[in-house]
Design a protein around this ligand. Structure first.
Ligand SMILES: [Zn+2]
Length: 394
């Protein structure tokens, strides 16, 4: 067993990180001045498509750096580093659209401190692509002059998503899309999923590990996905298309609310507690301002969660038309690649017979356009309505 076990389908990247851990061990075995000579890298950029396991890989690397055995996966150092409880490993994620100066600022101070356990101080920034100019510049200064035992692990979808000044100072490690069967195997081994459900989930999620996990463990998520895939059959008139759009937006709102509401309430209670204002009927103005700030942050986070859920639904829909196109373009022996939605093979075959590949491509383009509009802050309902009408008419 080791911390790398759950970093599935990433053998080349894991090799690079393991070698770095060995060199880090060598640095610790000598004095600090040896660090400069062996060239232990203080800033890493881990890139990979969404769901490929970037933050998982970063945590495993952090654990391996803290572990006396280079990542045994069993000792206290490994386990606390993986769970986020290690005193010398700071994990920073954001659900805001951007990482702001107020998010990054506290890290700069932490980065200057020596590790309490005497090995490394590791700071994981999960969404380095969300740094803005001011928070990015702040981080850059810290990366430029790192204390000898501080290691920065930045994660982003691709190097192009990170400010050029930052990425030029980082050593890059790229993750790839893991194979479907390895993702399924991970869901069985790590999450105790049923093998058949895990295979379905990994295939439906197109190897996106986080989505596959949710599909494998949450029946509600499986039902919602099926509803999304059934939408195209309901588009018999413009009126029906508008109704379908409304349903989709509503389902997305419900799902994102379910995921954020509980945490929102906890955060608010914790804030009131820390301000000593629990149970007060009327809040003093200074406290009211802080509560208002928190509520505004939560509202922004909810907007983002809502857009993410909607985008996922559109990716599911896209996978359906991708399957139709695969069937339309395949020869008499049938499709050469596996369908993402194999359980809908009959419906997909029928759709493929009734339309031309040209129509399918136009529909896929319409979905891409809707995703871009939502990303650009167009009202989700407007963007989805326009999409549903297009899917009906093209
Ligand atoms: Zn260990």
């Amino acid at each position: 067993m080791s911390v790398w076990d759950d970093v599935v389908g990433q053998e080349p990247a894991v090799e690079v990180l393991k070698r770095a851990v060995e060199s880090a061990q060598a640095v610790l075995a000598h004095d600090d001045s040896a660090g400069a000579q062996t060239g232990m890298t203080h800033a890493w950029l881990i890139t990979g498509p969404p769901g490929s396991g970037r933050s998982n890989a970063a945590r495993a690397f952090a654990a391996a750096l803290q572990c006396p055995d280079g990542g045994c996966g069993q000792c206290h150092e490994c386990q606390t580093a993986m769970s986020g409880a290690h005193a010398d490993v700071s994990l920073v994620a954001t659900e805001h659209v951007q990482l702001r100066v107020s998010d990054v600022g506290p890290l700069i101070g932490v980065a200057q401190r020596s590790p309490s356990g005497g090995r490394w101080r590791v700071i994981v920034v999960e969404d380095a692509d969300r740094l803005n100019d001011s928070s990015g510049n702040m981080l850059l200064k810290a990366i430029e002059e790192p204390p000898p035992r501080t290691v920065w692990l930045l994660c982003a979808p691709s190097a192009d998503d990170v400010l050029v000044t930052i990425r030029s100072r980082c050593r890059r490690v790229g993750l790839r899309i893991p194979p479907v069967d390895q993702v399924a195997e991970l869901l069985v081994r790590r999450d105790g999923a049923d093998p058949a459900v895990a295979a379905f989930a990994a295939r439906s999620a197109q190897s996106h590990i986080g989505l596959a996990r949710r599909l494998a463990l949450d029946e509600g998520a499986r039902i919602r996905r099926r509803e999304v895939l059934r939408l195209p059959q309901q588009l018999r008139s413009v009126g029906a298309a508008v109704v379908a759009a409304g349903q989709l937006v509503e389902v997305a709102a419900e799902e994102s609310k379910a995921t954020t509401a509980e945490r929102d309430a906890k955060e608010k209670a914790a804030l009131l507690h820390s301000l000593g204002a629990q149970g007060l009927a009327t809040l003093p103005p200074a406290i009211r301002a802080q509560v208002k700030q928190l509520e505004e942050n939560q509202k922004r986070r909810a907007t983002r969660a809502n857009r993410d859920v909607l985008d996922r639904a559109l990716v599911d829909l896209l996978s359906l038309y991708r399957d139709v196109l695969v069937v339309q373009l395949s020869g008499p022996d049938g499709p050469a690649v596996e369908l993402v939605n194999a359980e809908l093979a009959q419906e997909i075959a029928a759709e493929a017979r009734h339309r031309t590949p040209d129509v399918t491509v136009r529909r896929m383009e319409a979905i891409g356009q809707a995703r871009e509009r939502i990303e650009a802050n167009v009202s989700p309902l407007l963007a989805i309505e326009a999409l549903m009408v297009q899917l009906r008419t093209v």
